[in-house]
Design a protein around this ligand. Structure first.
Ligand code: COA
Length: 247
C-alpha cells in the first residue's frame, strides 16, 4: 500500500491529505476567503463521499487555507435576477449537500479560523465537533443581503434551537468564538497557532478507538437528536444489541 501518511491530493479547490487514519480536507480558494462556488461544492461533496467510503479513514478534519475558514456562498455566482429554475437548482443543491453531511458515518471535525459565514458557518456546524481559533467570526448574512436563509436554517435551528437561531439568522450580526461556544455551535476555543494541532489531537484520539464503536455511536447521536426520548431509548437498545455489546 502506498504510504498514506505522505499522500496529498490537490483538486482545484480542495487539498486532500491523509495522516494515518485522519483525512484532512482543506478548502483552498484563499484569494476568495474560500467562498463556496460550484466547483468547490462539487469537489468537497466528492471528497466527503470518498472519505466516508474509505475504510482506512476513521476521522475527517475540515479546515480552510488562508485567512478564513469560508466566507460562504460565492456571491459572484448569484445573478442579478435569477430565474425560478436557477433558484430551485440552487436550493436543491444546498439542501442536498446538508443531507449528505448528515448521512456521513465518519466523524468530522471542523477547524475554524477567521470568517465562517453563511454556508461556511453551516459547513462548520454540520461537523460533529468544531474547534475554533479565538479570531473566528461566525454569522449568517443572508437575510441582510435580501436572501431567505433557506439552505442553512434547518441545520442551525436543529443545532442551537429557535431563539439563538433567530438571533443569528434574522438579526444578522456576526458573533465571535466565545459567543458561538455559548450558543453551543462549537466545542473548543483555542489560540490560532494551536488550531490545527488541537483538531489533530482530537482526531487522533477518536481514531485510536474501536472503529465500529465510534461509528455506531456517531449514528446513534445523530438519530437520537431528532427523536422523542422513548424512541431514542429504543434505538439505543437496538443499536447496542445489533453491535453485540451484551454478548
Ligand atoms: N463570495 C465571493 N467572493 C468573496 C466572498 C463571497 N462570499 N467573500 C469574500 N470574497 C472575496 C472578495 O470579493 C475579495 O476578492 P477580490 O480580492 O478579488 O476582490 C476577497 O474574497 C477578499 O475579501 P475582502 O472583502 O477583500 O476581505 P475583507 O477582509 O475586507 O472582508 C468579509 C471579509 C468576509 C467581511 C467580506 O469579504 C464579505 O463580506 N464577504 C461576503 C460574505 C457573505 O456575504 N457571504 C455570503 C453568505 S450567503
Amino acid at each position: 500500500m502506498a504510504d498514506k501518511a505522505d499522500s496529498t491530493v490537490k483538486n482545484t479547490t480542495i487539498t486532500i491529505k491523509d495522516e494515518g487514519a485522519i483525512r484532512y480536507l482543506t478548502l483552498n480558494r484563499p484569494d476568495k476567503l474560500n467562498a463556496m462556488n460550484q466547483v468547490l461544492d462539487d469537489e468537497l461533496s466528492a471528497a466527503l463521499s470518498a472519505a466516508d467510503q474509505d475504510s482506512d479513514v476513521s476521522v475527517i478534519v475540515i479546515a480552510g487555507e488562508g485567512r478564513a475558514f469560508s466566507a460562504g456562498a460565492d456571491l459572484s455566482d448569484m445573478g442579478e435576477s435569477p430565474s425560478s429554475r436557477d433558484i430551485a437548482d440552487s436550493i436543491n443543491h444546498s439542501i442536498g449537500f446538508y443531507q449528505q453531511m448528515v448521512s456521513l458515518n465518519t466523524p468530522m471535525i471542523a477547524a475554524v479560523h477567521g470568517y465562517a459565514l453563511g454556508g461556511g458557518c453551516n459547513l462548520a456546524i454540520s461537523c460533529d465537533m468544531v474547534v475554533a481559533a479565538d479570531n473566528a467570526v461566525f454569522g449568517y448574512p443572508e437575510v441582510k443581503l435580501g436572501m431567505a436563509a433557506a439552505g442553512v436554517s434547518p441545520t442551525l435551528v436543529h443545532q442551537i434551537g429557535r431563539k439563538a437561531a433567530f438571533e443569528l439568522l434574522v438579526l444578522c450580526e456576526n458573533i465571535n468564538a466565545e459567543k458561538a461556544l455559548e450558543f453551543g455551535m462549537i466545542n473548543r476555543v483555542v489560540a490560532p497557532d494551536k488550531l490545527l494541532d488541537t483538531a489533530a489531537e482530537i482526531a487522533q484520539q477518536l481514531a485510536s478507538y474501536d472503529h465500529d464503536a465510534l461509528w455506531l455511536t456517531k449514528q446513534l447521536i445523530r438519530r437520537c437528536a431528532d427523536m422523542p426520548l422513548p424512541s431514542a431509548l429504543e434505538l439505543g437498545r437496538d443499536i447496542g444489541l445489533a453491535a453485540g455489546m451484551y454478548k
